[in-house]
Design a binder for this molecule. Structure first.
Ligand code: NAI
Ligand code: MG
Length: 366
């Protein structure tokens, strides 16, 4: 059967960047004979406008049945007044929760032509290609008890960091599996020096490594030291696996080693399906960018690279993913830039469509 993909363009620049991905999907069908079975549906504000809910039950069911979901972005000022229960973000949260996507993958990859964009020295980031795996469904953002309580004559704010062995084990497996497809190295980060959950985290990751992935090189680092090492010499890492809170901070830090929000893809993975591949949702890190929506200015690369991640991690098409990433690299090397990739001194930016076309032309040339 053909690989199946559900596309949810969403709101704002979501549909604009997704249109460029559609062209690339069509190219893979026409030129590489890879016929994706693509369906498209509404999410976020667009779904609310049509159905009064940010994610229709039918869409949820479809998301559960396909090999991968590719999402643009949700939200916008028009929907800010809505009740929390029907806000666009709730559509995305429902997808993540019901698909049980517990491993959030955030690559930090430096395209040589953009190395000047980094706030770090060029030699520190040139050629960088690392992956942060953040646990996404547990930890201190979800643990009970939580709340603001009264204690004596003052209030106390409480959150609880809580991880079960199975929650740690499953995200560790996601990281080891990824490492096998990349540089074969995992560094696990926690604060085992001051946190019980960190002690358990380290122990479980070590056990999964020893028993199931002895071929993958495993190291451990305290998360604060990890933050320092990420800015000092990020190329020492391949895959970093960490909890929800530390992953939130470290993935934002790592992302900015390499530049613009318009360049950053992500994936959220869950348990393996019958075909052995994980449940998966791919999406750019950026939002719906209402300030530039409808103007043809959006950079489609983050969404295109999210599709490249789908090729690699959901469809076992690593060589095709390399091909697509190579086309992006080549276009950037030619100096083709959307507005978000321009330095202050100028030059003339290309439109969303022109960037997509330039990438297609490079694909054609390979
Ligand atoms: P944003 O990521 O949409 O925009 C931040 C800034 O980056 C803006 O100046 C925007 O123009 C620029 N930008 C973002 N993506 C770009 C691209 N591909 N090309 C060129 N420039 C780009 O974040 P913001 O402004 O905080 O949120 C806007 C809306 O998006 C809100 O409704 C928010 O809730 C929603 N949002 C949705 C997310 C999602 O769907 N996963 C994630 C983050 C925000
Ligand atoms: Mg964050």
């Amino acid at each position: 059967t053909n690989p199946s993909l559900l596309i949810l363009p969403g709101d704002g620049i979501g549909p604009e960047v997704m249109a460029e991905v559609r062209k690339i999907i069509d190219w893979f069908g026409a030129r590489r004979g890879i016929a994706f079975e693509v369906s498209e549906d509404l999410v976020g504000g667009a779904a609310y406008d049509a159905h009064g809910t940010p994610l229709h039950d039918d869409t949820m069911a479809r998301a559960q049945s396909v090999d991968a979901v590719l999402l643009g972005a949700v939200g916008g000022p028009k929907y800010d007044v809505l009740d929390f229960s029907v806000k666009p973000e709730r559509g995305l949260l429902r997808l993540r929760k019901e698909m049980d996507l517990y491993a959030n993958l955030r690559p930090a990859q430096c395209f040589d032509a953009l190395a000047d964009f980094s706030s770090l020295k060029k030699e520190v980031v040139a050629g960088l290609d690392i992956m942060i795996v953040r646990e996404l469904t547990s930890g201190v953002y979800f643990g009970e008890p939580r709340g603001i309580f009264t204690e004596g004559n003052e209030r106390v704010g409480i959150n609880t960091q809580r991880y079960t062995e199975s929650e740690i084990a499953r995200v560790a497996r996601s990281a080891f599996e990824l490492a096998r497809r990349r540089g074969n190295k995992v560094c696990s980060m926690e604060k085992a020096n001051v946190m019980e959950s960190g002690v358990l985290w380290r122990e479980v990751v070590q056990r999964i490594g020893d028993e199931e992935y002895p071929d993958v090189e495993l190291s451990h680092m305290y998360a604060d030291a990890g933050a320092m090492q990420l800015t000092r010499w990020p190329k020492q890492f391949d895959v970093i696996v960490t909890d929800n809170l530390f992953g939130d901070l470290l993935s934002d830090l790592a992302a900015m080693l390499t530049g613009s929000l318009g360049m950053l893809p992500s994936a959220s993975l869950g348990a393996p399906m019958a075909n052995g591949r994980p449940k998966a949702l791919y999406e750019p890190v950026h939002g719906s960018a209402p300030d530039i929506a409808g103007q043809g200015k959006a950079n489609p690369i983050a969404c295109i690279l999210s599709f490249a991640m789908a090729l690699r991690y959901s469809f076992d098409l690593g060589a095709e993913a390399d091909r697509l990433e190579g086309a992006v690299q080549a276009v950037l090397a030619d100096g083709v830039r959307t507005a978000d990739l321009m330095q202050a001194e100028g030059g003339s930016p290309v439109s969303t469509t022109q960037m997509g076309d330039a990438i297609l032309a490079k694909l054609d040339a390979t």
